[in-house]
Design a protein around this ligand. Structure first.
Ligand code: ADP
Ligand code: MG
Length: 639
């Protein structure tokens, strides 16, 4: 009955553990973070199930994490009343690595970036940074309580727990600390660490602390503890006591007393256990927001680019906290039109319903991370029917709106300037400086803001461009966020609004040309005429650009004109020019006719154009056809 099975770790797991232990040994403490995070995950799972089936909790209705240290034995244990693991779960979850890409991960952590550990789904193995032996007792409703045990090396053992189903439900991980990690058996160390890592865990975390209390006992009594009742009776008989009965602790028994010190253990809750997104904004510091982002992004290590925290009211009430990561995920476009996973966690009344909430955001915004919490969605909703709820459409629309506003804030520099100068301190400083100095400071600020936005554009520009194509209801808003290179300055990005501001009087079009690279475009004979007349041409060098412009078609009543196509109407065509043009057309009619006949297989028409300056002839695509650039792109895609 007490048979013990020994299993080999999957080869990759073994290798990973070796490397973990040998390269991350200076960062032992992260094991606690990972254990707490696993406990919270397991609690989220049982809470989710209990919504549909409250009986599943049985007698164990408390959902909490309890941490205990044993100074003599040098152990730390983390116990949760979460979903627990069956024998098979123990073998597969704690013996193999589910996630692919482990090889890359192993390479990455060799460089010492410990923060990656949580993201790769191998957090559990960090136990072996501090533990020479780790044992996991677990009880899942579908099985008896089992123990998983390992001393790293290459194997682990699984056996039925001889103590029986002591946990009721849940998991207890016990770390037998290594010689050089005994500090984790100290109350103060562990307390600090729990504080550090548990702030945003949505379950109470208790630490068992021992406290010394002084106690007065009868000198001759061996029994140190007498119940209050008896003490009360004693004092009632006691005349002396009656006189100073306001002194609670004073022992006024007739018999002699002595003071002894006694150790009592008690559970103390360490974390506040209040979801950050439900706290009032005024009470949350930027630092808190950044810390929570770390938890949410599984410790990606970097601060977010920006965030927005809001409560939506009206049709549907919900709270949301959304972050824009500083860097786009490197695989964002690997399977863009395939299955999309988002990084939005959906809570209904604080119950985590879905970790990767699909379809709530349009594809082009899949990079944002955050939390949505709504009291109005039905709690017993399952993940499938969730997608069909009308309410979600409203939530989605509102979130997209907020995200776009957040982008807008980052993209605009003028408003920010005004806002800043409203601050008192700034004003005082400004007053002391000369107007030139003030201007310089303003310019500097503006430049900083632009640089920051350009960074954002570098990471997510493609998403915004795809947004223009895919999200017709937000097309114009998204267009405002776009940035392009232009003939005016081919090294600095410009917005449509800036282009329009520089446009010539009466110019009713925005000119653009798409191609392989800016240098080629700038030198193209197609645009020389326009440039000479002082017009600006946007230079589109990304394959997606031309599609974006086609979908947009116009921006703030200015038509977007592809100068690489057809014979677009030249600006400044006045009557005289038109006359001249007509005359030329007539003179060259025989030539164009002859040419059209000769090339009838390959061209639509041959015309006299005024766009060229130094070149005699040019081949362009027709207004309605594919542009040369599109041809190039579709050819490239065909391979
Ligand atoms: P991750 O948490 O990213 O999945 P870990 O290495 O931390 O990766 O954990 C591996 C798996 O072990 C978890 O996915 C979960 O299935 C299981 N597990 C770990 N700790 C617990 C726990 N306290 N309760 C239930 N299951 C757990
Ligand atoms: Mg984990």
């Amino acid at each position: 009955e007490q048979s013990q099975e020994t299993h080999e770790f999957q080869a990759e797991t073994g290798r990973l553990m070796d490397i973990l232990i040998n390269s991350l040994y200076t960062q032992k403490e992260i094991f606690l973070r990972e254990l707490i995070s696993n406990a919270a995950d397991a609690l989220d799972k049982i809470r989710f199930l209990s919504v549909k089936n409250p009986e599943i909790l049985g007698e164990k209705t408390e959902l909490a994490i309890r941490i205990e240290i044993n100074t003599e034995e040098k152990t730390v244990s983390v116990t949760d009343s979460g979903i627990g693991m069956t024998k098979n779960d123990l073998i597969s979850n704690l013996g193999t690595i589910a996630k692919s890409g482990t090889t890359q991960f192993i390479e990455a952590i060799k460089g010492g970036n410990v923060n990656l550990i949580g993201q790769f789904g191998v957090g559990f193995y960090s136990c072996f940074l501090a533990g020479q032996k780790v044992s996991v007792a677990s009880k899942n409703t579908d099985d008896d309580q089992y123990i998983w045990e390992s001393q790293a090396a290459h194997s682990f053992a699984v056996s039925k727990d001889p103590r029986g189903n002591t946990l009721g439900r849940g998991t207890q991980v016990t770390i037998h600390l290594k010689q050089d990690a005994v500090e984790f058996a100290e109350e103060s160390t562990i307390k600090e660490l729990i504080k550090k890592y548990s702030e945003f865990i949505n379950f109470p975390i208790y630490l068992k602390v021992t406290r010394e209390i002084s106690k007065q006992v009868e000198d001759d009594s061996e029994q140190q503890q007498q119940d209050d009742q008896q003490q009360q009776e004693n004092t009632d008989d006691d005349e002396v006591k009656v006189k100073d009965d306001d002194d609670d602790d004073a022992d006024t028994k007739k018999k002699a007393t002595k003071t002894i010190k006694e150790k009592v253990a008690e559970w103390v809750q360490i974390n506040e256990n209040k979801a950050i997104w439900l706290r009032p904004k005024e009470e949350i510091s930027d630092d808190d927001y950044k810390k929570f982002y770390k938890v949410l992004s599984k410790n990606s290590g970097e601060d977010p680019f920006n965030w927005v925290h809001f409560k939506a009211e009206g049709e549907v009430e919900f709270t949301s906290l959304i972050y824009i990561p500083k860097r786009a995920p490197s695989d964002m476009f690997d399977n863009y039109y395939g299955k999309q996973t988002t990084n939005l966690k959906l809570y209904v009344r604080r119950v985590l319903i879905s970790e990767e909430f699909e379809d709530i955001l349009p594809r082009y915004l899949s990079f944002v991370k955050g939390v949505i919490d709504s009291d109005e969605l039905p709690l017993n909703v399952n993940r499938e029917t969730l997608q069909q709820l009308k309410m979600l459409k409203v939530i989605s629309r509102k979130i997209v709106k907020k995200i776009l506003e957040l982008f807008q804030d980052s993209a605009s520099y003028d408003e920010e300037d005004e806002e800043d100068s409203e601050e008192g301190e700034e004003d005082e400083n400004m007053a002391e400086t000369t107007p030139e100095e003030q201007q310089r400071l303003k310019d500097e600020k503006r430049k900083k803001k632009i640089d920051e936005y350009n960074e954002f554009w570098k990471e997510y520009g493609k998403n915004i461009k795809l947004g223009v194509i895919e999200d017709s209801s937000n097309r114009q808003k998204l267009a405002e966020l776009t940035r392009w290179y232009s003939s005016k300055n081919s090294t600095e990005l410009t917005s449509f609004d800036d282009y329009i501001e520089r446009a010539k009087p009466g110019q009713d079009s925005i000119y653009y040309l798409a191609g392989e690279n800016k240098e080629q475009l700038l030198a193209s004979p197609i645009i020389q005429g326009l440039l000479k007349k002082g017009y600006e041409v946007l230079l589109l060098d990304d394959p997606v650009d031309e599609f974006t412009f086609q979908h947009l078609n116009e921006y703030k009543q200015k038509k977007l004109v592809n100068v690489g196509k057809g014979d677009f109407k030249q600006p400044e065509d006045n009557d005289e020019q038109r006359k001249k043009q007509k005359a030329l057309k007539k003179v060259f009619q025989p030539l164009t006719d002859w040419w059209r006949k000769l090339l009838s297989e390959s061209v639509d028409s041959v015309i006299i154009s005024q766009r060229l300056i130094d070149d005699p002839i040019i081949v362009v695509s027709s207004e309605s056809g594919y542009s040369a650039n599109m041809e190039r792109i579709s050819k490239a895609q065909a391979y």
